[in-house]
Design a protein around this ligand. Structure first.
Ligand SMILES: *Cc1c(COP(=O)(O)O)cnc(C)c1O
Length: 679
């Protein structure tokens, strides 16, 4: 007792002497400020992002206030952003962009022909098995089955179980089938979701709410290997959970269990292991993670999104994997993607729970909405019954035998590739690939050079960072004859070239990736990534169209023919000179009569013309003055607006008798650029 008393008394005296002579209001205000400061400090330190990360962010954010830095950064970002856009523009330069509803609906033929033109872009890469992952199977029989299934179920929605009870039955069957594959007992249950990310997010949500209710956890944290999928980070961001990343053993590429154990605290809502993970395809020691979960009474989620529907068949396929499922008593949930190795069309995944109490916390219920009591199991309200039915149909089509065969082929191919790669000098394999992913690194050269070299040979692999690496995710596409051997052959060929001078730096696109990794300011990387995402939504702007110059003295003549329309941004890349000559030699009865009036800006001339019926199918638009020309129809108001251009094209596309009698207008601007729709 004395031991405690003495310092306490000393402390008391120290405080008394510090405040001696102070007025009561001073003491009160000092104490209040001190307490508030401590509370603030605690809150400042204890956030979802660590102090270090936030400190770094602040420094870089402040640095960007320096004008010179900001200009430089913005310049670089803009140029890279333009690069992204140009890439997309180039890939689609021969295709039309539709930015407005057609006045009249298109015919089925027209829609399907345009659809196919869009879908054939880069088809050869994945069809030949030269891309990693992405397409897991491409089987005409399954495609037909899915098409037929979708046809009769596309309108269904499990949100209305009274209307579509059979659809709900099929969803329940899919969940039960997958539960059984993962050795769940009768109590196990789950949900179908739109994909792995949603499955993972649902488990995180369930555990967050479960921990809040049962243990009063207000500042939830999850303990997750660095190799786990970024869907966990996304879930943290969406759900306000703090991420505790756990390093891996660099040799085995499995999570470091000691570090995992050390990261567990009273706020931990879940532990995560991958079976297998995405970067290296290695399987964490799930059995030990399960034990940790039991010991600390914390739920354990096993992410089997990628390889789960391989591991469950691997025993029978002759490649027994470690046990990673509900047979381990600490495992409380599993995510598995039916749209990966289940070979179902994209848009389905399953999240499974050992007990119904967890699934209850996954649900969202609002009881007081004016629209009624609303309960929904996952993120979506309405859900695609067509996807559920197609997944159900695919599972039944393959059957146990089909999946075992597919698994055997895939794992066999992955092992074959792994063995072949291990024989090659200059590269190494990360950890022990467990299922279908084989990751390659190098101590001798920049591994992105290999990626770049393979890219030039048509291969599309995935890049890894920290440390740099690349991986191939083997699917049914790679099990076709010769694909794996061609891959090994191509790697060998690239290596021979690289090893001539291993010290050379990487060039091309992969250089950007390498640089991005070394950038300490991650906010720039995230800006870049945002621009990249923007480029997925690329639609040409009229200004961009105008900035593309066609060579002088090259008037443009374009025939209009029935079929899909093409937006010409510039003449050259789409129509070769030879082709152009032919156009010019052909009949081109220019129907342009005479300038009618000036309109819309100083350099624009508005000409109206009548198009005769027999010119309907083939109409040459001449531009004798090498001026900018675009087509509009009557209700055009603002020529600077892309949609206007669009309107006119649609008029031409739906060419029929009615259209033939309609006057069209051509705006000719005093510039040497072209924007024209070729039909
Ligand atoms: C693909 C994948 C996910 C996420 O699945 P999506 O269907 O892409 O949302 C999660 N975990 C792993 C290991 C994956 O490979």
């Amino acid at each position: 007792m004395d031991v405690v008393k003495i310092p306490f008394n000393t402390l008391k005296e120290a405080i008394n002497s510090a405040f001696s002579g102070k007025q009561p209001w001073q003491i009160v205000s000092f104490t209040t400020s001190a307490v508030l400061f401590v509370v603030w400090l605690y809150d400042f330190v204890d956030r979802e992002e660590s102090l270090l990360v936030r400190g770094k962010k602040t420094v870089f954010r402040l640095a960007r206030y320096i004008p010179a830095v900001r200009r430089k950064v913005e310049q670089e970002l803009t140029s890279i952003n333009n690069g992204f856009q140009d890439d997309v523009a180039k890939r689609t330069s021969h295709l039309e962009y539709i930015v407005k509803l057609p006045d009249k609906g298109w015919s089925k033929e027209m829609i399907l022909s345009t659809l196919n033109k869009n879908l054939t872009l880069n088809k050869e890469t994945w069809e030949s098995g030269q891309s990693s992952g992405a397409v897991y199977a491409h089987d005409e029989v399954v495609l037909d089955l899915v098409a037929e299934t979708f046809k009769v179920s596309s309108y269904t929605n499990p949100l209305h179980p009274d209307l579509f009870p059979g659809l709900c039955k099929m969803e329940a069957e899919v969940i039960r089938i997958v539960c059984n594959l993962f050795h769940g007992d009768e109590e196990s249950c789950g949900s179908m979701t739109s994909g792995g990310t949603e499955s993972i997010m649902m488990a995180c949500k369930a555990y967050r709410d479960y921990a809040r209710e049962t243990r009063g956890v207000r500042k939830p944290e999850m303990v997750v290997p660095v190799t786990a999928h970024s869907a966990f980070d996304k879930s943290c961001l969406y759900l306000g959970i703090r991420m505790r990343h756990i390093p891996i053993d660099p040799n085995t590429c499995q999570v470091n269990l000691k570090a995992m154990k050390a990261a567990i605290n009273r706020n931990t809502i879940m532990l995560v292991g991958s079976a297998p993970n995405y970067p290296y395809g290695t399987i964490d020691d799930i059995s030990e993670i399960s034990k940790l979960g039991l010991r600390y009474n914390i739920p354990v989620h096993v992410d089997s999104c990628l390889g789960g529907l391989l591991t469950v068949f691997m025993n029978q396929a002759g490649y027994p994997p470690p046990v990673t499922d509900f047979r381990l008593p600490g495992v409380t949930s599993i995510s598995a993607d039916t749209h990966k190795y289940g070979f179902a069309p994209k848009g389905t995944s399953v999240v499974l729970y050992r007990e119904a109490k967890f699934r209850h916390h996954q649900y969202t219920v609002t009881t007081d909405w004016l629209g009624g009591v609303y309960g929904s199991p996952s993120v979506c309200g309405s859900r695609a019954g067509g996807n559920i039915a197609s997944c159900w149909a695919t599972l039944l089509h393959y059957g146990l035998e089909g999946y075992i065969t597919a698994t055997r082929d895939i794992v066999h191919t992955a092992r074959h590739i792994e063995k072949g790669l291990r024989r090659l000098k200059g590269i190494f394999i990360f950890g022990q690939p467990a299922t279908s992913v084989v990751a390659i690194g190098s101590n001798d050269f920049d591994i992105y050079r290999l990626s770049d070299g393979l890219y030039k040979l048509g291969w599309n692999l995935n890049a890894l960072q920290y440390p740099p690496g690349i991986h191939i995710c083997v699917t049914l596409m790679h099990t076709k004859d010769g694909v794996a051997d061609k891959f090994l052959q191509d790697v060998k060929q690239c290596l021979a070239e690289i090893m001539k001078d291993p010290a050379l730096p990487v060039e091309g696109k992969m250089a950007l990736y390498g640089t991005a990794q070394q950038l300490p300011d991650r906010s720039i990387v995230s800006d870049l990534t945002r621009y990249f995402l923007d480029s997925m939504y690329y639609i040409p702007k009229l200004k961009e169209l105008q900035s593309k110059r066609t060579p002088a003295n090259e008037p443009m003549y374009m025939p209009f023919e029935p079929g899909a329309a093409v937006l010409l941004r510039s003449l050259e890349p789409i129509v070769g000179m030879e082709e152009m000559k032919q156009f010019r030699q052909g009949k081109r009865a220019s129907e342009i009569t005479k300038p009618e009036k000036l309109c819309d800006g100083p350099s624009k001339l508005c000409i109206s013309m009548d198009i005769k019926k027999d010119n309907c199918n083939k109409l040459d638009l001449g531009d004798p003055d090498n001026n900018m020309l675009w087509v509009e129809d009557d209700f055009l108001m603002n020529p600077d607006h892309l949609s206007v251009v669009k309107t006119s094209r649609i008029g031409i596309e739906s060419a029929g008798e009615e259209w033939a009698q309609k006057p069209l207008r051509f705006y000719i601007a005093g510039d040497t650029n072209f924007v024209i729709w070729k039909n």
